[in-house]
Design a protein around this ligand. Sequence first.
Ligand code: CA
Length: 302
Amino acid sequence: MNSRKIVIAHRGASAYLPEHTMEAKAMAYAMNPDYIEQDLVLSKDNVPVVIHDIYLDDVTNVTEVFPDKKRKDNRYYVIDFTFDELQLLQVTERFNPKTGKQFYPTRFPKNKGNFKLHSFEQEIELIQGLNYSTGKNIGIYPEIKNPEFHYENGKDIAKITLDILSDYGYKTKNDNCIFQCFDAKELERVRTELKSDLFLVQLMEFPEETKKLQHFATYADGIGPWYKQIIDKKENGKWLFTSFVSDAHKLGLKVHPYTFRADQLGEFSSFNEMLQVLFFEANIDGGFTDFPDKIVEFLAKK
Ligand code: CA
């Protein structure tokens, strides 16, 4: 990893096409981010599928195709379907399964187009194939989702994912891959027990995890916090920050916060202000974004 600030295409170019589809990944690739993200959940027959949640009913038409395959909680789980069965589903823009309402109203229209789920291997082959045909070298940034849930269903998603990465040449920190997970025990296991030499990023969900930075630094190379953990407050028109980024940098950890969205600005007045404040005033090392084109352009002007 060099010291340049990096852009991670969050679920692909997900602001413009349904998240985690091959189309969203190809579009992201053309926007020249440094990395393209994959969220991974195992199918019943142990194929890592690129999808954000362990559920199918908020991004596919599973309720129409397999109405009988829901669990008692009325949800449909990726892990209950073989990869071949998953191929029968149409993927659509994310929506609320209770109301049917599209999550981001100004994004790609729900139930339009023809999109499918795909495997991690299929996506690696897309990105490596494009690296070959274009001469670029864009990396992958896989996240294993909910390892605990996979264990409960008799599956070791970390081991399966690391084996595939190794088969495709991603073995060390010099290979163009960053491996991420929210589960700290599992990410530590990836380093110690599974002996991975990959660049590891510990994702962080809760503010109290800030106290664990020192421990994270014993096995991880970077951290992925929610961007709001970095901001303290705005005072007299100036943004003030927590000590989060400097604490992490002192421990040698890179900081890649999530998620930069031009259609969800929070307390910022514009996307450019958000980027200027986080990337340059708070001095983060990179970020996850649904709008890779906008951050690539912003950083190119700097
Ligand atoms: Ca993710």
